[in-house]
Design a protein around this ligand. Structure first.
Ligand code: ASP
Ligand code: MG
Length: 471
């Protein structure tokens, strides 16, 4: 008997048909004698709608948030009515979700009166999505004669107070999960836990960042000593590249923890970048699979860095990026300029996705999300004002509309010539590389190229990855 933790994403619980698939998957797994733990996202689009309701309330648009709330209420009610026959159970679930929607309206009302939403209130409002979906999925499972119970992660997943990007408090979380959740598994109960949310020590809702259900599911998988962790989503697995950019994209049968970490960080949207963190030391195998195509084996993510036939496994792409370049001959040998520029960037609230410096030390460039570029430029110029006035620094330039492309593959480590091959391919494709950086793990190389060159560059690099993947 294995313990299998399964996370179902927004589209996988986004419709009656999808929830029915979820029930079948759980049923088959329990029928094989395994213990199952379910972690759910909000129904697809609900988190976005909740955020929108807050924005409308801040603006004082009462009609706006009321109509969004009503639409969501209707959607959830309809799902319940379709999934459950008329019964006391159905009434109980309907009443529970209506209570949550009443609270949603009340909180929006408070925001509307104050014309302000603090991050704490925003998390309280955004938490409704998962609290609703867990109730519906648990009820649907019970319809399938599975002893399921909806559970609010706020009771188990303790976090600090950094709302919207809360950090788990590991020891207390482990203690609570082991003390209160593990025994439930022994009594044959199937918990249906809210993903994405946690709570502070004084009980205020927090969230782990957008897409954070993967991360919370990984935490539960780890502390519930799972033998397997399955991320059920709406694609067949981790792909060699984004199929919207190159239709030839294929599912990778296997990637290592390290590779998937780079892939997630550099824009492949299958996994939240922190997901492997709780898992990695325990070596729990992760599968990424498709609820809408459950016979596909998906991608296995594990410990081993298998030598692959080619070294490049996948190509990812992050769009809407701007690159800042600080240049000047006077920077040569002056310590601390990069450090101060990065600190100024952090103070401006932007995070840096990639850094590269020429060895002549005459320029440093780094990338930030496009809409933060002007604020960051201002902050960096303010910080370096003395050097700019002395003309040690000539300029801080922004190149907007660039993208970061990353090629990932653990086999690059110790394989000479990969960068050379990659450059040849880019050159042959007529792609101008603006900057390059290699991850220190030597498991990825990133480039900045013009947005106009993106497609050509991805296709050229993807050719290298496709050589290895069986059809
Ligand atoms: N519902 C949350 C979001 O949309 C968390 C998740 O789905 O992983 O970001
Ligand atoms: Mg997700």
């Amino acid at each position: 008997m294995k313990t299998i933790t399964m996370k179902f994403g927004g589209t996988s619980v986004g419709s009656v048909q999808a929830i029915t698939n979820v029930c079948q998957i759980v049923q088959e797994t329990t029928a094989q004698g395994h213990r199952v733990v379910v972690v759910v996202s909000a129904m697809s689009g609900v988190t976005d709608s909740l955020i929108q309701s807050i924005q409308l309330a801040v603006k004082g648009d009462k009609w706006g948030y009321l109509s969004i709330s009503q639409k969501m209420r209707d959607r959830h009610e309809e799902a319940i009515n379709d999934l459950l026959p008329p019964s006391a159970e159905r009434e109980a679930v309907l009443s529970a979700i209506n209570k949550l929607f009443d609270q949603h309206v009340e909180l929006c009302q408070a925001v509307c009166i104050l014309r302000e939403a603090t991050p704490r209130i925003e998390d309280a409002i955004v938490s409704f999505g998962e609290r609703l979906s867990s109730k519906i999925v648990a009820a649907a499972l019970r319809q399938h004669r599975i002893n399921a119970k909806p559970l609010d992660a706020a009771h188990y997943l303790l976090t600090d107070e950094s709302y919207q990007n809360a950090q788990p408090l590991w020891d207390e979380t482990q203690l609570r999960i082991e003390r209160h959740l593990l025994p439930m598994l022994d009594s044959d109960l199937i918990p249906v836990i809210t993903g994405f949310i946690g709570a502070t020590a004084d009980g205020a809702y927090t969230t782990l960042g957008r897409g954070g259900s993967d991360y919370s599911a990984a935490i539960f998988a780890a502390y519930l000593r799972s033998d397997e962790f399955i991320i059920w989503t709406d694609v067949d697995g981790v792909m060699t590249t984004d199929p919207r950019i190159d239709k030839r994209a294929r599912v990778l049968p296997y990637v290592s923890y390290q590779e998937v970490g780079e892939l997630a960080f550099y824009g492949a949207k299958v996994l939240h970048p922190k997901t492997i963190q709780p898992i990695i030391n325990l070596g729990i195998p992760i599968y990424v699979r498709n609820t809408f195509n459950p016979s596909h084996p998906g991608t296995l993510i594990g410990e081993e860095t298998q030598p692959s036939m080619t070294v490049i496994k996948a190509v990812t792409c992050i769009r809407n990026i701007s690159m800042l370049t600080i240049s000047g001959r006077g920077m040569l040998g002056v310590p601390g300029i990069a450090g101060r520029a990065f600190t100024a960037t952090a103070r401006a609230g932007a995070s840096i996705l990639m850094i590269s410096q020429s060895s002549s030390e005459q320029s440093v460039c780094f990338t930030v999300v496009g809409n933060q570029a002007e604020t960051v430029k201002q902050a960096v110029e303010d910080e370096l004002i003395v050097e700019i006035n002395r003309q040690n620094i000539e300029s801080v330039d922004v190149s907007a509309h660039v993208v970061i492309l990353t090629v990932v593959g653990a086999g690059m480590r110790g394989t000479p010539g990969v960068a050379g091959r990659v450059f040849t391919v880019m050159g042959e494709g007529g792609v101008n590389v603006l900057a390059i950086a290699q991850g220190s793990s030597e498991c990825s190389i990133s480039f900045v190229v013009d947005e106009a060159d993106m497609k050509r560059a991805v296709v050229a690099l993807h050719d290298l990855a496709l050589e290895a993947v069986p059809n």
